[in-house]
Unconditional design. Sequence first.
Length: 144
Amino acid sequence: MKRSLFAFLSGGLFGAGLTVSGMVDTTKVQGWLDVFGAWDPTLAFVLGGAILPMILAWRVAARRSTAVLGNALPAPVEPTIDRSLVIGSVMFGAGWGLAGLCPGPAMASLSFGGVGGVVFLVAMMGGMYAAPRLRQRIDQFATA
């Protein structure tokens, strides 16, 4: 019960922050990405506002062995830049630029985003379903 309440409150705060900051407005996001056109730099404050608290959270988490709710914290992963990371990042960025949404804002915009937000979420879930299967086929092809 405590975990569900915490998840609900965290998700609500996240969604409210996305809405207030304009991250659910596809034209604002596309304006941020249009650096050679009508660039809208205001989302830099949103990004900075997200990074600063995370720096603090990472420092606090580094000193803890368990999370606030008692779960074990995962071990830090080794930062490696490989083909999968680069291809996935390019695909994510292209989708973000074309749609003006990424997964968090898409979920937050469900209540008012219209059909476009629903289509985006269905396509995103389809991609999430297909990606591991496609990855497995690519790996099989590469080792053959």
